[in-house]
Design a protein around this ligand. Structure first.
Ligand SMILES: [Zn+2]
Length: 173
């Protein structure tokens, strides 16, 4: 099976692949950095925040609209989260799915977590769910585009659309 198809089958593996090419900000936790710089939410593509969660667009999306949903606290495992934090995390995944249905008309989703480096976590210290929107026939379509599937311009545009959708859904002011 070509690497591309393997990745689409398990899209959260992209975390691991990214960690190999050093695409993250060195040792700094980018989720904590985003959490602490709300004035840069637009540039960082932070779509909304809850008291205990942060929802951001993946800078290295697997498909258009690939979201990361993380607890606000730098915590690498479910066992370190309170019931309240866990509930908000899951509700944020629910809201992310709803926003993606509206904005990119996603027809399906891959949703997953990588716990630990050996499982492919590119950022093992800060738990995050991946929400990867899918469309009928997308494997065929994207195999043609190959690495060109990520169009940098579209990330800003899409972030704007999704921010609006989040506002309309009452997820942000
Ligand atoms: Zn962190």
């Amino acid at each position: 099976m070509p690497e591309f198809h393997k990745n689409l089958w398990a899209p959260w593996r992209m975390d691991y692949i990214r960690s190999l090419d050093g695409a993250e900000h060195g040792d700094e936790c980018f989720l904590c950095h985003y959490r602490d710089t709300p004035e840069q939410d637009q540039a960082n593509h932070v779509l909304w925040r809850g008291p205990h969660t942060i929802v951001v667009m993946n800078r290295f999306p697997y498909t258009n609209g690939h979201l990361l949903v993380a607890p606000a606290r730098h915590e690498g495992d479910f066992s370190g989260l309170s019931d309240e934090e866990l509930l908000e995390l899951q509700k944020s995944v629910r809201d992310g799915v709803a926003v993606l249905r509206k904005t990119v008309r996603a027809q399906g989703f891959n949703i997953g977590y990588n716990l630990g480096q050996c499982a492919g976590a590119g950022l093992p210290g800060h738990l995050h769910a991946h929400i990867v929107p899918r469309w009928s026939g997308d494997t065929n379509f994207m195999a043609i585009l190959g690495d060109a599937r990520v169009i940098p311009d579209s990330l800003d545009t899409l972030a704007g659309l999704m921010t609006e959708a989040a506002r309309a859904a009452g997820l942000r002011s």
